[in-house]
Design a protein around this ligand. Structure first.
Ligand SMILES: CC(C)(COP(=O)(O)OP(=O)(O)OC[C@H]1O[C@@H](n2cnc3c(N)ncnc32)[C@H](O)[C@@H]1OP(=O)(O)O)[C@@H](O)C(=O)NCCC(=O)NCCS
Length: 144
């Protein structure tokens, strides 16, 4: 598996991948804009035929995971964990002391991945998602 920084030319394929992983997709343009934001850790696996990606925004000593997705045809092969692990290392190198994320209470697989990576639940946002599901807020201190 190779993990590299997302380039603009990856964004079309990544938008399609994102659309297969989530009910609400992002356009290639939206993705390209996010990727070029300052402080964004944006990683892709196995470009130029990507099978997963992660976006993490680092602001001062705090980072927020914006999205993590593995192509449905390539799941349970360690891609999600590898992207998350590399992104957390990049965030720590950029000065982040803690990482936050929101995940749907109904997303048991992602919750399991985050919990096994050292994230713990710190809050709930009621009916946060369009489908009425609550969001769990999870957090991990870096350097733990
Ligand atoms: C969550 C997601 C990124 C995991 O990607 P993945 O590449 O399949 O994950 P990995 O193979 O690295 O597995 C990592 C861990 O996730 C958990 N996991 C993954 N698939 C699972 C499954 N089918 N059942 C239970 N746990 C599972 C396990 O803890 C696994 O670790 P293990 O294999 O050591 O037991 C992927 O399922 C996905 O894209 N889901 C849709 C988008 C999404 O929900 N993103 C997160 C939103 S915050």
């Amino acid at each position: 598996m190779t993990i590299s920084r997302i380039r603009k030319k990856d964004c079309g394929k990544l938008a399609a991948l994102h659309g297969r992983a989530f009910s609400k997709g992002w356009s290639a343009m939206e993705l390209a804009r996010l990727v070029s934001e300052p402080g964004m850790a944006a990683l892709v696996s196995n470009a130029p035929d990507p099978d997963g990606f992660i976006l993490v925004r680092v602001m001062m000593d705090e980072a927020e995971i914006l999205t993590l997705a593995t192509d449905p045809d390539h799941r349970r092969a360690g891609i999600g964990r590898a992207l998350l692990t590399q992104a957390l290392m990049d965030c720590a190198r950029s000065g982040a002391k803690r990482v936050l994320l929101e995940v749907s209470r109904s997303n048991a697989i992602a919750i399991q991945l985050y919990a096994s990576t050292g994230f713990h639940e710190t809050g709930i946002r009621k009916a946060y998602y369009a489908d009425g599901n609550d969001a769990l807020v999870m957090e991990k201190a870096l350097g733990e």
